[in-house]
Write a protein that binds this ligand. Structure first.
Ligand code: ZN
Ligand code: ZN
Length: 362
């Protein structure tokens, strides 16, 4: 009996494969069918996902959960925050823009970009964001909030891309691409006191504040807290273990914390040193200004965060075994309420509830 079912299933699978093969062959030789399929794909890409952002909620989309180390699965630091009719990006890591595009979230009405600090993996995507939000209808310069030095970054990028912007205006016209909106405007966020958070934005129920973290020799370096109608998320930015993240993240629903697994990075460093690779030195240096997964779990407990999301993950985690090793010891400190962030994760925190709804937009 079992054998008969097995033969029947194998026969069915063969038929399905054959049908698939015929469909592919038909498509391969028919330009009109190819054009129709292309139109369907283009329509899907051009249509914002109506399910995403439909509720009155604090929405967080993860457009980059990686670091400067190459990782095919993770763009560099990037998060989208939507609430109260506003849209901010927090950090502008390389590759973040393409993740946002894949999620089909609206991007034209961007309020600004919030930078945690000026390391390359947090600013490298700024030109893509400037160009694409301009094309999507931004009418004024892109506001880039960040620590001292942001003005230099923005001026330099504006100059580097001035020729490109000129070509775009010449090609598409100033009516479609207003020249004054091509550039970026720096808004300096000054947090002089490590014991006080500074409000960066406060409108329509959405409040964003910045606080100091410790990423020396990078100074200033900030974490951000975002509050909307009783819901809150705190972002650690890049930092070694820092009490301020617990203090200013107190009672947040979600804590997005950076993490570097020292036990894995040390192994990589040893292997590179054996091979005489000069990058062994870098592997030796980086653990001293990042937080381990176990330390971040302790910070999330102190803050009373309901969900801890690991992000800015170092090193790359190519499979579930690597993920398991990365999280070694975390369960002892924090048995529940922890997850590994990934690109195209979307968290929805509806107003008037304590729910945290997880959506996978991959
Ligand atoms: Zn970083
Ligand atoms: Zn950094």
């Amino acid at each position: 009996m079992g054998r008969k079912i097995g033969i029947a299933l194998a026969g069915l699978a063969g038929l399905v494969a054959l049908a698939g093969g015929i469909a592919l062959a038909t498509l391969w030789f028919s330009p009109s069918l190819q054009d129709a399929a292309m139109e369907r794909v283009a329509t899907a890409m051009a249509t914002p996902d109506t399910e995403v952002l439909s509720k009155d909620a604090l929405h967080i989309v993860f457009c980059g959960t990686g670091s400067p180390l190459p990782d095919p699965d993770r763009a560099s630091s990037c998060y989208g925050i939507y609430a109260g009719g506003h849209f901010f990006l927090l950090d502008a890591g390389t590759g973040g823009w393409s993740r946002l595009a894949r999620m089909r979230v609206p991007v034209g009405g961007i309020d600004g970009v919030l930078l945690t600090h000026l390391h390359s993996d947090h600013i490298g995507g700024l030109p893509d964001i400037a160009l694409n939000t301009w094309a999507a209808g931004r009418k004024a310069p892109l506001k880039v909030y960040g620590p001292r030095g942001t003005e230099k970054v923005v001026e330099g990028l504006d100059e580097a891309y001035a020729i490109d912007n000129g070509y775009r205006i010449a090609h598409h016209g100033a009516a479609l691409l207003p020249p004054e909106a091509a550039r970026m405007d720096a808004v300096i966020v000054d947090v002089p006191d490590r014991d006080k958070a500074v409000t960066v934005f406060d409108r329509d129920g959405l409040k964003i504040s910045a606080f100091q973290v410790n990423h020396l020799p990078v100074k200033p370096a900030y974490g951000y807290r975002v509050d909307y109608e009783g819901r809150a998320v705190v972002f650690s930015g890049d930092t070694k273990r820092e009490e301020n993240v617990a203090r200013f993240g107190k009672g947040a629903d979600v804590m997005v914390h950076e993490a570097l697994a020292g036990h894995m990075v040390n192994t990589i460093g040893r292997v590179l040193a054996k091979a005489g690779d000069r990058r062994a030195r870098i592997m030796g240096d980086i653990p001293d200004y990042h937080t381990t997964p176990v330390e971040a779990a302790g910070i999330a407990n102190e803050a009373g965060a309901k969900l801890l999301v690991y992000s800015h993950i170092v090193p790359a985690l190519p499979n579930s075994m690597a993920e398991h090793v990365f999280l070694r010891g975390v369960g002892d400190v924090r048995p529940e309420g922890t997850m590994l962030g990934y690109d195209q994760l979307y968290l929805e925190l509806p107003v008037g509830s304590d729910e945290i709804v997880r959506h996978d937009l991959r």
